[in-house]
Write a protein that binds this ligand. Structure first.
Ligand code: NAD
Length: 259
């Protein structure tokens, strides 16, 4: 379905980003995976995707907290072919009371979780317009639609991502370029898996109780979202069937935002 199209997925050497990259490659897209780390393993991830799916896959180092590197990532990716699919996924978290929230963490979260999506989008849109087709998919969060205490920067950034999504969608409404946000609840990534073990120790609870009562307290289905579910939604948003879906936050959150 996506043969010959080039996709950039920011923050894609693990978790959701890597899952989305694999899902797009499975549909034939050439993929650029990214992080700021530039380790041997990062390049090997791209090599594995290329050999498994018979596509071009490349690892590009770029720090999504630096404006120029966000633009540089798109320019580097465009050497494969015009970037027609952009998935803004890079994100970090920090938890603290608003009065204790370190200024440095606030700036870092706003830069990586929100501003990077602005800079990559601005850099990619001219090429999408020229190519006559594009898909911008922003990985927001249930926290783009609702809040939790102690996550002021993350919630602000994710609400900002939803606002950016709507604005870009309206600006591009008469082109064949759509812009949407995916808003996951708790997804079972390696990071979340590690948190379960920590919470078991902290609360002196068994695994199942920690999952139900601590981790998934706000997720009515009491089940984690799977990484593959996010990948499948990204693929759907790239399909012709999704051509009229634009400016929309799409929840995959086990009923969290229905509460
Ligand atoms: P993760 O830690 O596995 O992935 C984060 C990715 O961002 C990594 O690939 C990391 O290398 C990259 N990254 C971090 N800082 C970067 C920087 N400065 N420059 C470039 N890349 C950078 O976590 P994840 O759970 O897969 O999260 C991916 C996205 O999904 C994030 O935006 C997160 O907010 C969002 N999300 C996650 C969940 C969840 O439950 N896991 C729920 C809702 C939304």
């Amino acid at each position: 379905m996506l043969k010959g199209k080039t996709a950039v997925i920011t923050g894609s050497n693990s978790g959701i980003g890597l899952g989305v990259a694999k899902a797009l490659a499975a549909e034939g897209a050439n993929v650029v995976i990214n992080s700021f780390t530039d380790r041997r393993e990062d390049h090997e991830l791209a090599e594995k995707i290329a050999s498994e799916h018979g596509v071009t896959a490349k690892y590009v180092k770029a720090d999504m907290s630096v404006d120029a590197e966000c633009r540089g990532l798109i320019e580097e990716a465009a050497k494969i072919g015009p970037v027609q699919i952009l998935v803004n996924n890079a994100g970090i978290q920090h938890v603290a009371k608003v009065e204790d929230f370190p200024a440095e963490k606030w700036h870092q979260i706003i830069a990586i979780n929100l501003s990077s999506a602005f800079f990559t989008t601005a850099a990619a849109v001219p090429g999408m317009k020229k190519a006559g087709w594009g898909r911008i998919i922003n990985i927001a969060s249930a926290h783009g639609l609702t809040a939790s205490p102690y996550k002021s920067a993350y919630v602000s950034a994710k609400h900002g991502v939803v606002g950016l999504t709507k604005t870009v969608a309206l600006e591009l409404a008469e082109t064949a370029i759509t812009c949407n946000a995916i808003c996951p609840g708790y997804v079972k990534t390696p990071l979340v898996e590690g948190q379960i073990d920590d919470q078991m120790k902290t609360h002196n609870m068994d695994r199942e109780t920690v999952i139900r009562e601590v981790m998934l307290e706000r997720q009515p289905t009491k089940q984690f979202v799977k990484i593959e579910d996010i990948g499948a939604m990204a693929v759907f948003l790239c399909s012709d069937a999704a051509a009229q879906i634009t400016g929309t936050p799409l929840s995959i959150d086990g009923g969290w935002t229905a509460l």
